[in-house]
Ligand binder design. Structure first.
Ligand code: CAA
Length: 257
């Protein structure tokens, strides 16, 4: 059975498919994710990507602990580098990415979700960075992205105690965008994806890149980046269409998908 499923379409879905191991990420699955993401990046027919986990228990219960138990220092660093590359690729994709978190999102699972643009969580979702309980630290970007998303106090609490939080807390802490009944999860994620797919792809791309700059640049560099990206949108057919449609009191017909 394939351990990573990919359902291509205008709204594409990537599903980690190791339900017996609660969708833990071994190096082979992370390599496969990197490969699929390379194709997604260049496929102009895909407008939104949804990432989820197979089964009803887990999104991704972290990196595969049995695999990590066998790794040397060099293997560990390589695995970390691979995870970083995948997380950075999610962030650099020109399209929005939604994490549909159906259960445990622990360690690398929370870290994959953090690299997505939006998180829709089932009421059954649990988030956490339990690496400390394994004598490890987060290795797929959690030490950097988690404090950026939920603030230093809460990130330090999660990373240092290894405690899990439930979906409601994740929502209150600004980690999850939405919490829904488990049976509604994929429908809600798809509805959100359809809403995003109805926007100007060019404007969404500029917005995503500028938001990313808030993470990778200083505030003054990021503001300069925003000036350029905002200016760039003025040369697009979608800016002409969007502003004209408003003036004419009609729905816009976007040209850049
Ligand atoms: N790696 C490998 N296997 C895992 C796993 C993981 N991260 N998480 C769960 N599994 C496996 C279990 O070993 C078990 O397999 P068997 O049936 O073959 O024994 C199966 O999934 C079901 O798990 P449990 O029996 O433990 O289920 P549970 O309901 O009792 O507990 C759980 C669920 C609390 C999520 C528990 O499985 C757990 O604590 N998992 C580990 C979570 C974790 O520590 N994640 C962080 C990993 S480190 C990391 O991610 C580093 C990084 O930043 C990149």
């Amino acid at each position: 059975m394939e351990e990573l499923l990919f359902d291509k379409g205008e709204i594409a879905t990537m599903t980690v498919n190791r339900p017996k191991a609660l969708n833990a990420l071994n190096p082979a699955v992370v390599q496969e994710m990197a490969k699929v993401l390379r194709d997604v990046r260049h496929d102009r027919s895909i407008r939104v990507l949804i990432v989820t986990g197979a089964g009803d228990r887990a999104f991704i219960a972290g990196a595969d602990i049995a695999a990590m138990a066998q790794m040397s220092v060099v293997d560990g660093m390589e695995f970390c580098r691979l995870g970083h590359r995948v997380a950075a690729t999610f962030e650099d994709l020109p399209i929005p990415v939604i994490a549909a978190v159906n259960g445990f999102a622990l360690g690398g699972g929370t870290e994959v979700a953090l690299a997505c643009d939006l998180i829709v969580a089932s009421e059954k979702a649990r988030f956490g960075q339990p690496e400390i309980n394994l004598g490890l630290i987060p290795g797929f970007g959690g030490t950097q992205r988690l404090p950026h998303r939920i603030g230093q106090a809460r990130a330090r609490e999660l990373i240092m105690t290894g405690d899990m939080i439930d979906a409601k807390t994740a929502y209150e802490w600004g980690l999850a965008n939405k919490v829904v009944a488990p049976e509604q999860l994929m429908a809600e994620a798809r509805a959100l994806a359809e809403k995003l797919a109805s926007k100007s792809g060019f404007a969404l791309r500029q917005a995503k890149a500028a938001l990313r700059a808030s993470f990778t640049m200083t505030e003054s560099e990021g503001l300069l980046y925003e000036q350029s990206a905002f200016g760039l949108t003025f040369g697009s057919a979608d800016k002409a269409e969007g502003t004209q449609a408003f003036v004419e009191k009609r729905a816009p017909k976007w040209l850049h998908r």
